[in-house]
Design a binder for this molecule. Structure first.
Ligand SMILES: Cc1cc2nc3c(=O)[nH]c(=O)nc-3n(C[C@H](O)[C@H](O)[C@H](O)COP(=O)(O)O)c2cc1C
Length: 170
């Protein structure tokens, strides 16, 4: 797929077919996250691939929408603050940006392969920590289902470029 087609094709998939994700496709989406840039190349992230079969109740505690457990896989993109680059000026820690870039790479790679995903931030953090058995220092940032879509994209509603962009000054 052309890059422009990948970014316009991707949408938040909120219905999934039960078909499994092929191992080589899973590997390609994980690889896309692996090669993502990160501040000072610290790569302060971990990717946890959950197989949903048999863990439906646990996953429903994390996020209650029925479509999450329809997907064969759920990927949690996690960050580790102590491993991330910190801006000296104001101690800003780049872990969430780094995790989001890795997630975006993964999600766009999935779209390129015909796989569906959906950014999920509105999950129950405590339930996610328990299900994923995360050590204290590991922070779940974003979840996404990964599987074959069973719905169709709606219209893309976005602000116009005029609303988003200013030139030279505010
Ligand atoms: C950081 C982030 C968090 C999001 N969290 C959720 C979520 O918890 N649940 C959900 O259904 N969609 C979530 N979304 C999806 C957005 O609602 C969606 O991307 C937006 O409405 C644009 O639609 P599209 O992805 O189909 O283009 C999230 C998206 C982003 C970028």
């Amino acid at each position: 797929m052309e890059f422009s087609q990948v970014i316009t094709t991707r949408y938040s998939v909120r219905a999934y077919r039960p078909d499994p994700v092929e191992d080589d496709k899973l590997r390609q989406v994980l690889e896309a996250a692996r090669i993502a840039p990160s501040a000072a190349n610290r790569q302060p992230i971990k990717l946890i691939v959950m197989r949903t079969t048999g863990r439906e109740d646990e996953i429903r505690q994390i996020y209650r929408r029925p479509w999450l457990v329809q997907a064969p896989l759920v990927i949690a993109v996690c960050a580790i603050a102590s491993q991330a680059w910190v801006r000296e000026d104001d101690r800003f820690n780049a872990r969430i940006i780094d995790a989001a870039i890795a997630a975006d790479h993964l999600i766009l790679a999935a779209a390129n392969l015909g796989l569906g995903t959906c950014w999920i931030a509105a999950f129950n953090v405590k339930a996610a920590r328990a299900a994923l058995q995360l050590p204290d220092e590991v922070e779940p940032v974003i979840l996404t289902p990964l599987g074959y879509p069973a719905d169709q994209p709606g219209p893309k509603e976005r602000k116009s470029l005029d609303e988003l962009v200013k030139y030279d000054h505010w």
